[in-house]
Design a binder for this molecule. Structure first.
Ligand code: TYD
Ligand code: MG
Length: 462
């Protein structure tokens, strides 16, 4: 085997060091520097030029031109055949763009990739490094009719994959997953920082000149970051994450980076027997008939109008406040940020005089969706209040407001859009911030109830 030169690189930021150090000099993280072996390679070079990662530079003349000469051409996008997926991408896959799709195991990454492979136009090459072709076939059969233009390649060697791409010239390349790839130029094991980075770099180098869109599936670590080097996210054009609770049917697809579109869009899917189905009106499915309090007007629930991507969604927030059985009270959350709940409970205690410091508090966003919109704050406070007082919020009431540390209720964005959604779902009372609100056109049948402080809430909602 060729004698390699060892180098050390940080798995977080990619900083290269000459020797191993405990703390990365770049990002100051501890124990992230790992050894990697790059095998010396003869490379095409222009007077020995190569970039920092050792990727060979193709010998061609540097061309400097005024920017004004580059006229904007509209990008031909390849629709994925999935409306929700296209929405997040900004209208479809862009030729030559590499899309990284991350998510927890079992969330449906391979399912989404296979659906795309079956519904997008043209010849598609699906590289599987995790499952056998028979396993992939089993899933595909559940999703619909197979056509012969869908090619499968069980392979993990990047050189073999690039060669297959050059021979087959597909319109779309799907790789499941990036963690299984290995390049002969790096000695470390598949899935290691160096391998993931090098394999992706080689894939990029092959895909760009061919104008080939690539969908790369990536795993996610325990704390929700994409496994592999952080630099991976810098290298690719689009980073998408698939979120949701594995035991629930709903999934949200979000973009955290998109060089060809907005990162404000979100796609909502429901996992069914026949694959991932788009959810056009999430509120309808999420709420069922909970709007008018038909489930007995239970205490501890409140409805909120959140915005996911560009769309309003009505969700049901459930809170349970009960005396702690053990010494230390528990706080647990599904679908919202735990730290945010801690903050809201502290505000409730300090500003409303509610002694819930010694109580267990459980919070649940019904349906298994993970919501990031702080407009949910007000409904969470209302639900927690309701549960601790054992009183039900008045029927046909919804909330949208952010809660600040001094106990003030702050206005939220796109109130008019939220109000329309609330009215559409049959809400009659909409509780919002009374602070510095801009004028909105109110839909018919909807009454605004303004609160400026969380301490006013108790007076108006029960
Ligand atoms: P999968 O796409 O393999 O997840 P990932 O690649 O992210 O690990 O599938 C996730 C789950 O979805 C799996 O447990 C089975 C389920 N599933 C359905 O419910 N319906 C379907 O049609 C398919 C294909 C999968
Ligand atoms: Mg998979």
């Amino acid at each position: 085997m060729a004698k390699g030169r060892a180098k050390y690189a940080c798995s977080e930021c990619g900083t290269v060091c000459a020797q191993w150090v405990g703390q990365c000099p770049g990002c100051k993280a501890w124990n992230t520097v790992e050894e990697e072996q790059i095998i010396a390679h003869p490379r095409i070079s222009r007077k020995g030029g190569s970039d920092a990662s050792g990727v060979a530079l193709v010998a061609r003349k540097a061309e400097v031109r005024p920017l004004i000469e580059y006229v904007e051409t509209s990008i031909e996008r390849l629709p994925t055949g999935e409306e929700e997926f296209d929405r997040v991408l900004g209208g479809g896959l862009v030729p030559g763009a590499v899309v990284l799709l991350g998510g927890e195991p079992g969330i449906g990454k391979s399912t989404l990739a296979m659906q795309t492979a079956m519904r997008a136009q043209g010849k598609i090459l699906y590289v599987t490094g995790e499952e056998s072709p028979e396993q992939v076939r089993l899933r595909a059969d559940r999703l619909g009719e197979l056509e012969s233009r869908l090619l499968i390649l069980p392979e993990t060697s990047i050189d073999a994959i690039v060669e297959a791409v050059q021979v087959e010239q597909p319109q779309l390349l799907i790789v499941d997953s990036v963690q299984t790839l290995h390049s002969s130029r790096v000695e470390s094991a598949p899935g290691s920082v160096a391998q993931v980075r090098e394999s992706t770099a080689e894939l990029l180098l092959a895909a760009k000149p061919m104008q080939l869109p690539v969908l790369l599936i990536g795993h996610i670590t325990k704390d929700g970051a994409l496994a592999g080097p952080k630099v991976l996210e810098h290298m690719v054009d689009v980073v998408l994450t698939f979120e949701g609770d594995r035991h629930h049917a709903f999934r949200i697809l979000r973009a955290s980076k998109n060089r060809f579109g907005s990162t404000n869009e979100a796609g909502i899917f429901e996992m069914q027997q026949q694959g991932l189905l788009p959810v056009a009106n999430p509120s309808d499915v999420l709420l069922g008939n909970g709007v008018s309090g038909e489930n007995g007007g239970a205490s501890g629930t409140a409805l909120a109008v959140a915005i996911e991507g560009a769309r309003p969604i009505m969700v049901e927030v459930q809170a349970l406040v009960s005396t702690a059985v053990y010494g230390t009270p528990q706080r647990s959350v599904t679908g919202y940020e735990l730290r945010r709940l801690h903050m809201l409970l502290a505000v409730l205690e300090k500003r409303c005089g509610f002694k819930i410091g010694a109580s267990d508090v459980f919070l649940n966003i019904a349906g298994g969706l993970k919501i990031g919109d702080p407009a949910l704050d007000l409904s969470i406070v209302a639900a927690a209040l309701g549960s601790s007082l054992d009183m039900a919020v008045a029927p046909k009431t919804a909330f949208a407001g952010e809660v600040g540390l001094t106990g003030e209720v702050r206005p939220v964005s796109r109130l008019e859009q939220r109000a329309r959604e609330a009215a559409r779902m049959g809400i009659e009372r909409f509780v919002v911030s009374g602070l510095g609100r801009s004028k909105i056109a109110l839909p018919k049948g909807l009454k605004l109830i303004e609160v400026s402080r969380v301490s006013d809430l108790q007076r108006v909602i029960f």
